[in-house]
Design a protein around this ligand. Structure first.
Ligand code: AMP
Length: 125
């Protein structure tokens, strides 16, 4: 089951509170970006909103306009800051059990630094 209530003890909430460290890439009023602890690609950064949102649909329903705009601006800014725009990058958000979301705080993965292949292999449908 996908969690419905926000868990204040999740690892990203703890990072936001400064209880555990992160390898920070960017921070502003609405977003924090940091390197994934288990990178799947040469560049693998997570961008998270600062507010307590479990997943994308929670964020889109509950966050204010400034938070939503600020968050997505930060994702684009991080891509530029990482220097991956010319060669390309992929953003991905896992939401809920079928997507194997591990951390119940909405986040966007930014993958880059190699040819990422097709989005989903045809045989995986
Ligand atoms: P998911 O919820 O499946 O979209 O992915 C959660 C991601 O968070 C995984 O790629 C983990 O490697 C990453 N992760 C978990 N703990 C940390 C941490 N303390 N610092 C950075 N990344 C983390």
């Amino acid at each position: 089951m996908a969690p419905t209530a926000y868990d204040e003890g999740n690892i990203f909430a703890r990072i936001l509170r400064g209880e555990i460290p992160c390898n920070k890439v960017h921070e502003d009023k609405h977003a924090l970006a940091f390197h994934d602890i288990h990178p799947q690609t040469p560049v693998h950064v997570l961008v998270i909103p600062k507010g307590p949102y479990v997943s994308l649909e929670d964020f889109s329903a509950q966050a204010g306009e400034a938070e939503i705009a600020g968050f997505w601006r930060a994702v684009g800014l991080v891509a530029r800051q990482l220097g991956v725009v010319e060669r390309g990058y992929r953003i991905l958000a896992n939401c809920g059990p079928d997507a194997h979301q591990e951390v119940p705080h909405f986040h966007v993965h930014v993958f880059a630094g190699k040819d990422l292949g097709r989005m989903i292999k045809p045989r995986d449908k």
